[in-house]
Design a protein around this ligand. Structure first.
Ligand SMILES: [Zn+2]
Ligand SMILES: [Zn+2]
Length: 170
């Protein structure tokens, strides 16, 4: 979805969209979309920049930070982003925008790529750590099994010497 600021006559410009997972390119990222992205936003045009205020929600699949099992989560957040043209993206402008805590993108002054904006915002708003369950024990540091699914014996005391003798026969 593209918003064309030149074709758009009335600002602030309100928009809403439902974007299918295949419209957002998350290949190579540690997150998958499990539902459409529901998006509502507003474009505010300023003299040297355009701001987008929006809110989105989506179902995602991420990996448990301990055991790497896929887990389903809901993303639901609001954001503010600023678009400036390359010639206006001076150092002072950058500093000014950083101060207001906006995510800044460079654009051609006319077209806002909403799919790309959504992609960036999803990546910025992913939880830093997420666990499949509070008592997830993660992967065994010795044998690598997921200790939620399999009980390995690595943590048990010394292997009975008779068994290791048997093992050596192989
Ligand atoms: Zn886990
Ligand atoms: Zn183990």
């Amino acid at each position: 979805m593209i918003i064309d600021l030149i074709a758009t006559k009335i600002f602030p410009y309100d928009f809403s969209a439902s974007l299918a997972p295949e419209e957002i390119d998350l290949s190579g990222e540690d997150v998958k979309l499990k539902s459409n992205v529901a998006l509502e936003g507003k474009v505010i045009k300023k003299i040297m920049q355009a701001n987008v205020e929006g809110a989105l929600n989506a179902g995602i699949e991420i990996e448990c930070s301990r055991c790497l099992q896929p887990i389903d989560r809901k993303l639901d957040f609001s954001f503010e982003a600023a678009f400036v043209t390359e010639e206006n993206y001076t150092e002072s402008k950058e500093a000014e925008l950083k101060e207001t805590d906006l995510d800044v993108s460079i654009f051609d002054g006319a077209k806002i790529d909403v799919n790309e904006l959504v992609r960036e915002q999803i990546l910025l708003n992913l939880p830093a750590q997420e666990f499949c369950s509070e008592n997830c024990r993660g992967l065994c540091p010795k044998c690598g099994v997921n200790r939620k699914l399999i009980n390995c014996n690595c943590e048990e005391k010394e292997v009975d010497p008779r068994w290791s003798a048997l093992k050596n026969l192989k």
